[in-house]
Design a protein around this ligand. Structure first.
Ligand code: C2E
Ligand code: CA
Ligand code: CA
Length: 346
């Protein structure tokens, strides 16, 4: 985020809007770097003050207006006004509500099985968070994870997920049928980057008495766009303690192959968008085959996500995929479902 201060005591009506429009337009032009054109964009929030509000409030209002511009359509500008105020207000309300939900234990984990079809067994489960909202019912993560990321509540939320998963691992470790199961936990960029992330994960594992080799962290490609050396260092520290790593939604981002080789990954998960159309879209089929070949040469396991039909499964198996997750094998559900599934008749 950048701030621009313009002093214009004699500005005519519309002058500020014209400045903003030209800034947005300039930023929308391609940038040429090493012969490659890169497209950026910017969203601007404007605030007109006559020195009464003070700098803090002025910046805050500009920030809210910018967020408004970004949310409405992006690559545009927005003047701080009544609409910005009321939208920000409801965002603050939402934040307060989610904060309360964390305190009132309204969040819970559902688990979805991952199978290895070479052995025909469930090898692990992915923990997927849900919000049991008192009025709105069971909410999927897409309804509140973005808000949590925006507000920083992803840190306590992520800790809740990690803690619950580690407690579950500990419970499962006591039974023959469940002691080999791993749990995969989704980690947001903001969580992964926070100082003390590595120590926090190890501490949680230790406090719960959970086996680190049964915990898998799922990172997304966008997370790798940050400081790559720092990423490798953090992953390495956890990896040395036995924690595993999967690269989630693989194929949707822009992982560089040279980075991919340097990361201590165990697994890539083919994004469900490719799996969905693998039988009808030749491009998606080609991407899936390429990912499988690439993973083979890098010695990575591959999990196909979002497998819903036997046709998709047949194609994936034909090209060498062994691990699967999707509605065909089981939907995410409360832990009792998983227990019933693993111990039929109990
Ligand atoms: P994801 O990590 O890619 O999770 C897989 C999503 O695909 C889940 O949606 C799951 O219910 C859905 N899914 C599984 N099998 C199928 C299938 O066969 N067909 C279709 N159409 N969908 C399938 P869900 O639970 O709504 O989660 C959405 C996203 O929310 C996750 O995507 C993940 O990015 C995020 N998320 C979930 N839990 C957490 C969490 O604890 N922390 C963070 N940071 N993000 C989370
Ligand atoms: Ca995931
Ligand atoms: Ca995924």
């Amino acid at each position: 985020e950048f701030a621009i201060l313009l002093e214009a005591p004699d500005a005519q009506e519309g002058w500020l809007q014209a400045q903003a429009a030209s800034a947005v337009q300039v930023m929308a032009e391609p940038f040429w770097i090493d012969g490659e054109s890169l497209l950026l964009g910017c969203s601007l929030g404007l605030v007109q003050e006559r020195g009464v509000a003070g700098p803090d409030l002025m910046f805050w209002h500009a920030h809210l207006a910018m967020q408004h511009a970004k949310a409405i359509k992006g690559c545009t500008f927005q003047i701080y006004d009544e609409r910005v105020y009321s939208r920000a207000h409801s965002l603050a309300d939402q934040e307060a509500e989610l904060r309360l939900a964390l305190r009132r234990d309204e969040l819970e984990l559902h688990y979805q099985p991952r199978l290895n079809l070479k052995t025909g067994k469930v090898v692990g489960l992915e923990a997927l968070v849900r919000w049991r909202h008192p009025e709105r019912g069971l909410l999927p993560p897409l309804e509140f994870i973005p808000l949590a990321e925006q507000t920083g509540l992803i840190l306590p939320l992520g800790q809740f997920v990690l803690q619950t998963a580690c407690e579950q691992l500990q419970r499962w470790s006591g039974h023959e049928d469940t002691r080999n199961l791993s749990i995969a936990v989704n980690v947001s960029a903001r969580q992964f980057r926070q100082p003390g992330f590595v120590g926090g994960v190890l501490q949680t594992l230790a406090n719960c008495g959970a086996n680190p080799t049964k915990l898998k962290l799922e990172l997304t490609e966008s997370l790798l766009l940050g400081d790559i050396e720092d990423t490798i260092a953090r992953m390495g520290q956890l990896k040395r303690e036995g924690v595993g790593f999967a690269l989630d939604d693989f194929g949707t981002g822009y992982s560089s192959l040279s980075y991919l080789k340097r990361l201590p990954l165990d697994q890539v998960k083919i994004d469900q968008s490719f799996v969905r159309d693998v039988l009808t879209d030749p491009n998606d089929a080609a991407i899936v085959r390429t990912i499988l070949a690439l993973a083979e040469s890098l010695d990575l396991q591959v999990v196909a996500e979002g497998v819903e039909t036997t046709g998709q499964l047949a194609f994936l198996r034909l090209h060498g995929c062994e691990q699967f997750q999707g509605y065909l094998f089981g939907r995410p559900g409360p832990v009792e479902n998983i227990d019933a599934y693993l111990h039929p008749g109990h």
